[in-house]
Design a protein around this ligand. Sequence first.
Ligand SMILES: [Zn+2]
Length: 99
Amino acid sequence: MSKQSEIKINQFQLALLLDESDRDFFKCSISHNVYCLNCSDVAKKGVDITEVYLTEHNDIRVHGRCKICNGEVRRLFEFGEEDRFNNKAEKLRKSLQAS
Ligand SMILES: [Zn+2]
């Protein structure tokens, strides 16, 4: 099995990967559960997402900015552990390779 590379995805591609419950969890986490090093607390006002990556393990890593201090924040979502998500991620990888 060849090693997969990490790819940058856009919001539209992210939306394709997430089903309804993933999406709720994702939105809730972005709004209430991203730790900001600068604030030494969770980013209580949420974060502005700047970049999203599909990692080599088919997890989702979000880069963003804390809405309070504008500091850079990151959050990893371990969706790659779910078969259903993995299947969608593989399809997305194939469609990106084809284009
Ligand atoms: Zn902050």
